[in-house]
Design a protein around this ligand. Structure first.
Ligand SMILES: *Cc1c(COP(=O)(O)O)cnc(C)c1O
Length: 381
């Protein structure tokens, strides 16, 4: 089956009790058993271990990544934590230098103190990546496109280098979504999602996921859900399951609008630079064109003006709401250095090429004329 069909149907078998088209929200913590340790349906004895609404979502998310196994967690960071928890003291992890800020913060605060060593490299530079992998490595953690600079890592080439070094390869696929990019088909071993963003798509839920074809790892991740317990509730699972049905339609609209806005900003006299992989002069454009279906709904830009003026601009838009997060149907604007990326030290931010005046847009699915008009009036102010 093709993607749009899977998005609607995978995991969504009609409910056997009443034939409901949409999987019910099984709001239950426990299940009646026929005899001790004999649940009515195998595996369903307590909702931390398994819940039918969560199972439906997990099946759907796995299908969208072309994976055998899917696991839902209470947030994107909880999903990342579940994977990193497979590391042991002394293990070496290589990760990109332009990751989601919360991912960095977790590596530093939750895993480094337990003796896991991180090498931070520019994964768009394959030579630098190969050098970092020269030291025995358990895991390569990738994110592409990155947040907020939309840098592109060549997943096929990076995964090949990591596999030659004996490392597992994980990719945070939040920015692209499963519709635009399928890391497992490009050689990665595990895909992570903040389903809070495009998969949910309506800014109404926090949820995370891991997908893999690796049976041994899947076993461990399932045990992680049961033994650590960072699982989402059935209503949250229902919301994401509802969201993924329209993922292809929404992503097409996000991409179409973002492409127009990137062009508009690139031509605007007050704009110094635009970061969008769909622009031909973006350094990752060719790789993105190869490994992604389209270029996504996220972009960043820098004004030919002071940092103060950049911050003021974020308060002048009327349709773009000033807010963190991304991937919802509504357009958002933010200032990463003081908001989403404030937890990264200024020196490190600048070294990674993140300008103090950078503005990030999550382009929604509203009418493009209204969005362009809104940015035009904000830039004129
Ligand atoms: C939001 C985000 C996360 C964290 O996910 P939560 O659902 O907020 O825990 C991880 N990676 C990226 C790229 C994100 O945008």
């Amino acid at each position: 089956m093709k993607f749009a069909t899977l998005a609607v149907h995978a995991g969504n078998a009609p409910d056997p009790a009443y034939g409901a088209v949409m999987p019910p929200i099984y709001a239950t913590s426990t299940y009646v058993q026929r005899a001790p340790a004999e649940p009515m349906v195998e595996g369903y004895d307590y909702s931390r271990a398994a819940n039918p609404t969560r199972s439906a979502l997990q099946e759907n998310l796995a299908a969208l990544e072309g994976a055998k196994h899917g696991f839902a967690f209470s947030s994107g960071l909880a999903a990342t934590h579940a994977l990193l928890s497979q590391m042991r003291p002394g293990d070496h992890v290589v990760c990109g230098n332009d990751l989601y800020g919360g991912t960095f913060r977790m590596f530093r605060s939750a895993f480094e103190p337990f003796g896991i060593e991180f090498s931070v490299v520019d994964t768009t530079d394959l030579k630098a990546l190969e050098q970092a992998l020269a030291k025995p490595t358990r895991l390569l953690w990738l994110e592409t496109p990155t947040n907020p600079l939309l840098r592109i890592t060549d997943l096929e080439a990076a995964a090949a280098l990591a596999h030659a070094a004996g490392a597992l390869v994980a990719c945070d696929n939040t920015f692209a979504s499963s519709y635009l990019q399928q890391p497992l088909t490009l050689g990665c071993d595990v895909v992570m999602h903040s389903a809070t963003k495009y998969l949910g798509g309506h800014s109404d839920v926090v949820l995370g996921a891991l997908c893999t074809n690796d049976d041994a790892l899947a076993e461990k991740l399932g045990f992680q859900q049961l033994s650590v317990g960072a699982v989402p509730g059935p209503f949250d699972c229902f919301l994401v399951l509802r969201g993924t049905k329209t993922l292809p339609l929404r992503m097409e609209a996000h991409c179409r609008n973002a492409r127009r806005i990137a062009g508009f900003l690139a031509d605007h006299s007050r704009v110094a630079s635009v970061f969008y992989p769909g622009l031909p002069d973006h350094p990752g454009h060719d790789i993105a064109a190869r490994q992604m279906r389209d270029f996504g709904g996220m972009l960043s830009f820098v004004l030919k003006a002071s940092v103060e003026e950049a911050k003021q601009l974020t308060t002048r838009t009327k349709i773009f709401a000033l807010a963190e997060s991304l991937g919802g149907v509504e357009s958002l604007i933010e200032h990463p250095p003081s908001m989403t990326h404030a937890s990264i030290p200024a020196e490190q931010r600048r070294a990674a090429g993140l300008d103090d005046g950078l503005i990030r847009l999550s382009v929604g699915i509203e009418d493009i004329d209204d969005l362009l008009g809104d940015l035009d009036q904000a830039l004129a102010g």
